[in-house]
Design a protein around this ligand. Sequence first.
Ligand code: UDX
Length: 438
Amino acid sequence: MRITVIGTGYLGAVHAAGMAQLGHDVLGVDVDEGKIEQLANGHAPFFEPGFPELLRNNISAGRLNFSTSLKQAAEFGEVHFICVGTPQRPGSTAADMKYVDAVIEGLVPHLQRPCLIVGKSTVPVGTAARLTTKVAELAPLAKVEVAWNPEFLREGFAVNDTLHPDRLVVGVASPEADAKLREVYKTILDADTPYISTDVATAELVKVSANAFLATKISFINAISEICEAVGADIMPLAAALGHDARIGNRFLSPGLGFGGGCLPKDIRAFLARAEELGIEESLAFLKNVDSINVNRRRSAVNLAKGMLGGSLQNRRITVLGASFKPNSDDVRDSPALSVANALQRQGAHVRVHDPEAVENARAVCQALDYTTEVEKAFEGAELTLHLTEWQEYRQLDPNRLSALVTSPRILDARNTLDVDRWRAGGWTVRAMGRPSR
Ligand code: UDX
């Protein structure tokens, strides 16, 4: 099938290569000429394990091409996936729909034959209905339907999540649209992947509800973590004990610095903003707490750091491990690690940040911090080390060796993934969020 994927960020680029891997002829489209040139040459514009190979294999096989032209997209595709961003609108908590609207306005007037437009971007409920009206105005001649097919991929696992999703959810207004999407995903459906076909509003809501639930789970365990800190209890055995209850489950129950990234924070805010528009914000009021608990974790980490340094950050040398919002990603959007690093720097500390992949992106948004990609260099002269993003390589660090490089062997584990006993045995003073000091 001839498919276009419009918007080639983390979601769209992987989706385009994934659709080509399923055997379709795919055209990836973006307004960013530099990104399109990079992708067309087989270079991934971001760090995502397995993506460079997927990209290059499908370009070589002739199934994957790229363009900046929506006119070319209109002529090429029978299914058009919209994968552009819906960031938080400046000065508001609502989603900014300008990129989605621009795709419709740029694509639809060029459509000459029947086709299906499938939204994958995370949007306020009601968007597909609004776009359906817009499409009818812009393309009165061609038969064009708007469907919604939310994407659940996680950065760091995007290739696997695209090719082997937990489930497929489609929101459609006709049996023809449903049949078309079943054809697109035939290979995945043949592997017995659950397929939920529903109306467009429900499909839009599935995505925001899933992210709201995940965010709530994280903030729940972090709220309990704050209680543990107040009474000297230990969040780690507590979380393990909860996780053994099959009704609760242990995933997304890792306590620490909380969530960040380009999705969860802005999606819960946009969900709440949409509920306010609909006059039903009381039902989602708890999401305000989910957000504030999460933001408060960053403040708690800064306060803990200050406490470990005797109450002042002025001119203190602090090493930060991690800049990306989570491991296996170079994405620094709303990164808890960078947010803490910035706050420490604003309060007078000299902050050196290490990250295996995200230094370039971090530097582009926070020039004031000092960066390194060499982990041992990061430790030199540190009076305090903060473990803020749980990259696997930090678990392998040798505390004995590193204690000789720092000025003071003190570490705060804000992700609860370091072996605190090993660090203590290596001569370090260790604090961990939600855990007693000894
Ligand atoms: C999320 C959703 O998981 C995905 O389904 C959706 O499509 C996009 O948004 P992603 O933003 O890639 O994916 O990251 P995710 O793995 O969900 O992690 C989000 C944040 O929560 C990270 O900052 C992570 O460190 C944090 N987190 C996650 C916790 O603090 N504790 C946990 O137990 C799990």
